[in-house]
Design a protein around this ligand. Structure first.
Ligand code: IPM
Ligand code: MN
Length: 353
């Protein structure tokens, strides 16, 4: 097939892991006979430096014309002056919102060989296979903000419509898995969470009676994710809670460098990105773990391009490379060095078939 893919490398290790993603896409194109055309555009800090905006119009245009978008990471100390009105993160939030990609899917999959890389005991990790669905275009991230000398505020708003559509995404995923859905909120304190809970219960009762539902307060969920992670199937939550819980959940897999994500809306177009950030401390050293990015490529192939066989081939290649001992430093045993980003990428690429 022919597909247009916009690449948004961004900042820090973003360009390094985007190179890995492109390497894998090129391998898939070659092996399976596809034609992927790339358009690379600026976003985040580099876009501020080059064009004065974290999300230039030409970047939005390229994304709107693409079949799928791959994004590296945005942000870094250079642009983190708290008093600055323009920030790299506005580029990422802006493009999620411009494309109405309200459903962020973050699978938490354990590779058995990496159990030793997690800070948790191995018996707790046995059988962990979770998908966390994070609402991505609402809540406190997008509410009105204000600031004066003595106070500041961020408004958190959710509409029933926003809640309904994300719950349906999560419920449909759960229906095709173990049929278990855990909804996370803070309904003992927040009005938005009470609306979340009421709306969730209504939809699930009326439209998904077969689904086994669990409701957790976010503080308890943070604990249960560590004490009994294997009991979860699909978890769904609002924007901010999802941001926090997915970083926490990444440590089940051993490293933040392992978790991919897909941001989806009503059409086929999606943004695929590793959940890790720009990691300025290791940027430019070519030691970043490309697994999260490469697993994001698999999600891109599956969800935006409908290439299930190719997606599986990439996922299998990551597993095979890990089984054969390929490790970047973040997933190596203590005091052991790791291979470079490019070496890890080629280890994976050579197992695609
Ligand atoms: C993520 C990131 C972003 C978020 C930042 C960079 C704005 O942490 O994708 O999880 O908070 O959504
Ligand atoms: Mn995050």
């Amino acid at each position: 097939m022919k597909a247009k893919i916009t690449l948004l490398p961004g900042d820090g290790i973003g360009p390094e892991v985007t190179d890995s993603a492109k390497y894998i896409l090129d391998s898939v194109a070659l092996i399976f006979g596809h034609d992927f055309i790339y358009d690379s555009k600026a976003i985040g800090g580099i876009a501020i430096d080059q064009q004065g905006s974290p999300l230039p119009d030409e970047t939005i245009l390229s994304c709107k014309n693409a079949d799928a978008i791959f994004l590296g990471a945005v942000g870094g100390p250079k642009w983190s002056n708290p008093n600055s009105k323009v920030r790299p993160e506005q580029g990422l939030l802006g493009i999620r919102s411009a494309l109405n990609l309200y459903a962020n899917i973050r699978p938490v999959k354990i590779y058995p060989e990496l159990v030793g890389a997690s800070p948790l005991r191995s018996e707790i990790l046995e059988g962990v296979d979770i998908i966390i669905v994070r609402e991505l275009t609402g809540g406190i991230y997008f509410g009105k903000k204000s600031r004066n000398k003595f106070s500041a505020s961020d408004l958190c708003v959710y509409t029933t419509e926003e809640i309904e559509r994300i719950i349906k995404v999560a419920a449909n995923l759960a229906s095709n898995r173990k049929g278990k859905l855990c909804s996370v909120d803070k309904a003992n304190v927040l009005e938005t969470s009470r609306l979340w809970r009421d709306t969730t219960n209504k939809i699930l009762k009326n439209e998904y009676p077969e689904i086994e539902v669990e409701t957790l307060l976010v503080d308890a969920a943070a604990m249960h994710l560590l004490s009994r992670p294997s009991e979860f199937d699909v978890m769904v939550t609002e924007n901010m809670f999802g941001d926090i819980l997915t970083d926490e959940a990444s440590m089940l897999t051993g490293s933040l460098g392992m978790l991919p994500s897909a941001s989806l809306g009503e059409s086929k177009i999606g943004i695929y990105e590793p959940i890790h950030g720009s990691a300025p401390d290791i940027a430019g050293q070519e030691i970043a773990n490309p697994c999260a990015s490469i697993a994001s490529v698999a999600l891109l192939l599956r969800h935006s391009l409908g290439l299930e066989k190719e997606a599986k081939a990439v996922e299998n290649a990551i597993s095979t490379a890990i089984t054969s001992g390929a490790r970047t430093v973040d997933i190596s045993l203590k005091n052991q060095s790791g291979i470079s980003t490019l070496e890890m990428t080629t280890e994976i690429a050579k197992n695609i078939n």
